[in-house]
Design a protein around this ligand. Structure first.
Ligand SMILES: Nc1ncnc2c1ncn2[C@@H]1O[C@H](COP(=O)(O)OP(=O)(O)OP(=O)(O)O)[C@@H](O)[C@H]1O
Ligand SMILES: [Mg+2]
Length: 245
């Protein structure tokens, strides 16, 4: 997995967004967000509820078209762009199939033809759910579904992985296991863009912190610097637990 893009495939990163906006009716949810996601980095997006974190991740992942501004990958090849990324959503999205079949389906869509079952099993084992392979995914608990979703993303070997609060409904041991998998994926070359409300987790994972407030990217700061002394009054209040929306 040292080369998530596959030997010789064009890299899809860096990803550059300039003046990205997103409107829902009359309301501007994201306002002129400009950022650059460099290969190999761990970018943590934080901010209060409703700040626009999930909207931003969905837009970067290609699920929401910007109402304004531009998003540019390093390649123009749409298939590479699609296959080079995976996302774990705040609420896991599971098909009406078993846990293993959910992963097999994603692998086939991603172009895998051989060894699909073995790869899906290995992915479930990676998140400690080998025994659940034949259980309908939708009957699995919320935390189990979140882990299946991460297993599915891991199996795809993406160049970039978007994670929207992947450990929000997990117990401490499962949270640690997920953080280990994220670390392993990063060590193998996957770029991480993740949201979390767990500031301890943000400190453990981040190289860089993107702080969103009311749809604006208020800070884009190296993690160590951010946690020592944020640049903005909003982020300073946020990490003290004093910023309300
Ligand atoms: N499809 C939509 N239509 C209208 N408004 C939306 C839509 N999706 C999100 N919003 C609004 O956009 C704002 C930002 O939502 P978003 O889900 O990105 O917040 P968030 O930062 O992820 O919050 P949380 O920490 O609660 O997950 C919210 O006010 C939300 O109600
Ligand atoms: Mg969200």
């Amino acid at each position: 997995m040292a080369d998530p893009a596959g030997a010789g495939a064009p890299a899809i990163l860096p990803l550059a967004g300039s003046d990205l906006s997103w409107r829902a009716g009359d309301v501007e949810i994201l306002r002129e967000v400009s950022l650059r996601i460099e290969p190999g980095t761990r970018n943590i997006v934080i901010g209060p509820n409703g700040a626009g974190k999930s909207v931003l991740l969905r837009m970067l992942h290609g699920l929401l078209a910007p109402s304004g501004g531009q998003l540019a990958w390093a390649t123009a090849d749409p298939l590479r762009i699609r296959r080079g990324q995976a996302m774990v959503f705040q609420r896991p999205v599971m098909l009406r199939r078993t846990a293993r079949e959910n992963i097999e389906f994603a692998l086939r869509v991603g172009g895998m033809r051989e060894g699909v079952r073995a790869a899906a099993r290995a992915a479930l084992a990676r998140v400690g759910l080998a025994s659940l392979e034949d259980r309908p995914a939708r009957l699995c608990s919320g935390g189990e579904q979140q882990r299946i979703a991460l297993a599915r993303a891991w199996a795809l070997r993406p160049e970039i992985l978007f994670l929207d609060e992947p450990t929000a409904s997990l117990d401490p041991a499962a949270t640690r296991a997920i953080e280990e998998i994220i670390a392993a994926m990063h060590a193998a070359g996957t770029t991480i863009v993740m949201t979390t409300h767990d500031l301890g987790q943000a400190r453990r994972i981040a190289d860089r912190v993107l702080f969103l407030h009311r749809g604006r990217l208020v800070e884009d700061t190296p993690a160590r610097e951010f946690f020592q002394q944020p640049r903005s009054p909003e982020a300073t209040a946020f990490i003290k637990g004093e910023l309300l929306w």
